[in-house]
Design a protein around this ligand. Sequence first.
Ligand code: PMP
Length: 437
Amino acid sequence: RSNPNDLSAFWMPFTANRQFKQNPRMFVAAEGMFYKTADGRDVLDGTAGLWCCNAGHKRPRIVEAIQAQAAELDYAPAFQMGHPKAFELATRLRDLAPEPFDHVFFTNSGSESVETALKIAIAYQRAIGQGTRTRLIGRERGYHGVNFGGVSVGGIVNNRKYFGALLTGVDHLPHTHLPDQNAFTRGQPEHGAYLAEDLERIVALHGPETVAAVIVEPMAGSTGVLMPPKGYLEKLREICTKHGILLIFDEVITGFGRLGSSFAAEHFGVMPDMITTAKGLTNGVIPMGAVLATGAIHDAFMQGPEHMIELFHGYTYSGNPIASAAGLATLETYREEGLFQRAADMAGYWEDGLHSLADCPHVIDIRNMGLIGAVELEPIAGEPTKRAFQAFLDCYEKGVLIRTTGDIIAMSPPLIIEKAHIDQLFGTLRDVLMHLD
Ligand code: PMP
């Protein structure tokens, strides 16, 4: 039982885990832009872990903050009690967020942020006398975590079809990703706001008085880096406002500099009513998420009418001291090193490098924005995912970490990335794609 090479006990949260266990790829250390493997190799992190280590790995300020906090105050109850760092972090987040977001609710993950925001949306509607509004609208190919609310509003049928009763009254907008129209588009594709009219159609179908909220990733990340067409988010905002529906942006990936601004809401100039975050909030080091909400929503949720006073919502680890210390050190690292601006400054070099892969075999689409990008490959008939997964394995062997979803290769490096790393990443990927079956 104590054999260190026995990999059978850990039930890995990874669909290809059988393949992994036959050929384990273990990281044992990390620093800056690189992971160190169990066999002593350096692997360039082209994905910021799982889209989360935006400041790179083992950053001294963050490590020291965690160590110091653990030595000082390990835990404080989240209800009726507090500790200064949670308040400080909430204040810093408020300063960072676009203006209407002046309240922060802490969670422990992206999935929890989503569940929390969905509950707040329905509670808010009830608190303002709109108790019939319980319906939620998500989007095809949207990813909102793996809990019941998140898979219900999420647009990945395989993630929800085995679970029987999910949230009732959920509907989905069609996704706007049309590969043949997007092909090799830099930034946002053109094909316009009319796609958002689908929301009008869905709202009319159900009746606006039944709809609490619409949740979308402003730029869908983990299902393949799918850009919103120009005018799309603006139109969603307009329709939601017109019908008294809350708009939630799930910014678990796009938050904290990925697109070159603090949040995608700012990048696109469209303000939702709530923003869900996690990942980059603590640089991926310690589990923590946050829901950002406007004052109106906070007040209705927290000080709603009498009949909701008995409502309880909160997590044991909301604003945990060590996570709060990590969050503060992370935000300070972003600020001190100007990392969001750096993402904006490097975006052009990133874009050119990515698009230089357009002549590689099998490449059918390339998409990018800020420091995120995707290369979509033509699937092998009858074997979807095989080609991109092979590219992932080959890149790993050559010292570069990429991520795949279906036959889409996704990349989202730490924002500290240098031009030489970008050259290494795309040079290796070119080499791999050139030799792929
Ligand atoms: N929402 C989005 C947009 C995400 O990308 C993710 C994670 N990839 C989640 C929610 C879920 O986050 P977590 O895995 O921390 O629960």
